[in-house]
Design a protein around this ligand. Sequence first.
Ligand code: NAD
Length: 324
Amino acid sequence: MTENQAPDAVADAASSGSPAVGTIAFLGLGHMGGPMAVNLVKAGHTVIGYDPVPAAVEAAKEHGIPMAGTAAEAATGASVVLTMLPSGKHVLDAYRGIDGQPGLLEVAEQGTMFLDCSTINVDEARDAASLALQAGHRSADAPVSGGVVGAEAGTLTFMVGGSGQDFEAVKPILEHMGRRIVHCGEHGAGQAAKVCNNMILGVSMIAVSEAFVLGEKLGLTHQVLFDVASNASGQCWSLTTNCPVPGPVPTSPANRDYQPGFAGALMAKDLRLAVNALDATGVVADMGRLASKIYDRFAAEGGAARDFSGIITDIRDKSEQKGQ
Ligand code: NAD
């Protein structure tokens, strides 16, 4: 069955303007998925969750989300299967089934929308979409930016990959969890946009941090360098919103000892996805590859749970060691 021939229960219900899109099976109620699911419930959706970790189950129940005992139980009879999982392997395993358990693609009713909001490899997103379509379902990838704060506030940005019809079907659902819903292109394009954006972010944060440490050595105050660069060609989000030194931007994680924010482990993960995409496409990107190595080391040496802007302390410490 082709995508256009698949039943379109989700789009039909969504186009009625009400949140009555049928039951949404929500798999993965962790740091992001938990508050996202809460926002769907608040908007009036019928949600049934599943997570293998008891603490996540308890937290979800406390927030009024009914939980199923298995992933298959959650997906049976749902019109949307939304996944918010740690990696592409988790998503593909859940779709196909492992250890003799039936996969979600098998148990779901024909025409179910498989909506994956996890951050995964572009190739994995395309594979997930192909599997869903082959099984007679619909599919969209919709990774997010905005972090846990955005998930709680319902202000995430969703980058959506799928056909125009897929986009129109999932948009009313995503609007209850986010503020900007961007159609990036066909299946996998949401992940492609996310990986490109985060490669810019990783590289730019290292560049801004190196410049501040150099400025310190050259006798510039943080405020002076900030005032000049934020009004000149060095201007970027890593400088003006997530400034890696305390002071110039009071809301940046540097002002609270680099509590995330966006954790170093997640930046390391996203840059590994970027390197996978670089390898797959043959793009020469020395900066992206180097940023991946730098953040892998940062995460391994204690930065995993710190905001990724904490890379500046790493650069400063290593510069001090070299100077001794
Ligand atoms: P998390 O580890 O807190 O949550 C993942 C949840 O998935 C866990 O509760 C885990 O038990 C559950 N899970 C694992 N296998 C499962 C399965 N088969 N079925 C159902 N649930 C299963 O991770 P998170 O921070 O919520 O991130 C989720 C995704 O969002 C990741 O892909 C991450 O890269 C992406 N993301 C995270 C952030 C962030 O700031 N945390 C920001 C943007 C994107």
